[in-house]
Design a protein around this ligand. Structure first.
Ligand code: FES
Length: 100
């Protein structure tokens, strides 16, 4: 098992809902969030339950976040970059459609 301490990480950071998230080059947003103890990145539409990265390979869509204002980004498919502004997806997404 690989164990990284926060002090092992480079000084690269992005923000998640205003919280600084340090990461090492080559990590995805999802892996950096998990490493930093952030397990929930979105809420379900109907019941508002927590969801977070699960498959880590682009299949489950439980890792959807907003990156620099762009909603619906799969956190497990995007490499972390210095200064990105990442936001969780609320129960009512900002996708411009209404639930029937
Ligand atoms: S963790 Fe499943 S799509 Fe990203």
């Amino acid at each position: 098992m690989i164990t990284l301490e926060r002090s092992d990480l480079a000084r690269n950071e992005f923000s998640f809902d205003g919280q600084a998230v340090p990461f090492e080059q080559g990590m995805t947003l999802a892996s950096a969030l998990i490493l930093n103890g952030i397990k929930s990145v979105r809420k379900t539409r109907r019941e508002g339950k927590d969801r977070g990265p699960f498959c880590m390979m682009g299949s489950c869509y439980d890792c959807l976040v907003t990156v620099n204002g762009e909603p619906g980004v799969q956190a497990c498919q995007v490499e972390a970059q210095q200064g990105l502004v990442v936001e969780s997806t609320p129960a009512e997404p900002r996708l411009g459609f209404k639930e029937l």
